[in-house]
Write a protein that binds this ligand. Sequence first.
Ligand SMILES: NC(=O)N[C@@H](CC(=O)O)C(=O)O
Ligand SMILES: [Zn+2]
Ligand SMILES: [Zn+2]
Length: 355
Amino acid sequence: MPTFPRPGRTPVNEITITRPDDWHVHLRDGDALAQTCADMARYFGRAIVMPNLTPPVTTVALAAAYRERILAAMSALPRQFEPLLTLYLTDQTDAAEIQLAAASDYVHAVKLYPAGATTNSEAGVAQLDGLYPVLAAMEESDLPLLIHGEVTDHDIDIFDREKTFIDRHLIPIAERFPGLRIVFEHITTRDAVEFVRDAGSNVAATITAHHLMFNRNDMLVGGIRPHYYCLPILKRSTHQHALIEAATSGNSKFFLGTDSAPHARHAKESSCGCAGVYTAHAAIEFYASVFEECNALDKLEGFASHFGPDFYRLPRNTDTITLRKQAWDVPAEIPLGNDHLKPLSAGESMHWLVA
Ligand SMILES: NC(=O)N[C@@H](CC(=O)O)C(=O)O
Ligand SMILES: [Zn+2]
Ligand SMILES: [Zn+2]
């Protein structure tokens, strides 16, 4: 991992921060919820829950029902987190549904998946221009737009899909709807960092732990590692360094979103493996390791616990968590309903743990 040494580095064995939230997570549904909710409830306060179920969460009524299933799955747990629901945009979404969402107290954002861009995005938006009346309604009712920012054109190289999305779609959307709050989700490139940094205060980005920890060499050198395969795909190290600089900079436009995305082990270790990395079992511990490497542990609290709620116009959590230096081993496998998944860093040793 690259380091950005800052003067005065002193070893830290314990850090207490405002309770963090996860601004982008996939909990899935059904019997997967037992594990995904338990991992989130270990210390996160709230989580923006992605709507890419099958079928997707396209209406406020479906979001209400999904929320009930999440709360039911959590009822047996020693502590709970608050699920913040999102709607899945389709070519059929209308302004009336947006108004319903804005009026509800549990739908907090609307998610744009370009059709075919990622896992369960088949029902996503095929014609982005056709979306403009819906985006106008969102701007009007101040409901944030969350974007999986990749084009899907066959002639665009997979490593260039985020950059091309910025040029073709994000710049026009941001110009046309200057009052629309936009979260550019799970950014993976220097181009995305620069776009968000230079945009208005209505534009922010989430950054995953795995895009801070790894680049495409980690996935492809010495053998292909399907458990590092996610979308947007890991990029070259120069992009990884730009993400690390952004996350540890203290700039409030960049905040924590794990994109923890469970897939059964056999579905990833396959001749056509699924996209998604599971990090919920050790999320804040992964981020803490990266920030520590960069001697930037003092910047973790803003990134993990302050900038997200500020952007979403929600109160910051008022209690704290404490991370301690403590060796522990990530399990080799984690149950997922009747199946199993291989979590990030399976079988490896970690040195931070939430007390
Ligand atoms: N990130 C991923 O690679 N996969 C996510 C979908 C997404 O966030 O794009 C999933 O739902 O599995
Ligand atoms: Zn995505
Ligand atoms: Zn995601």
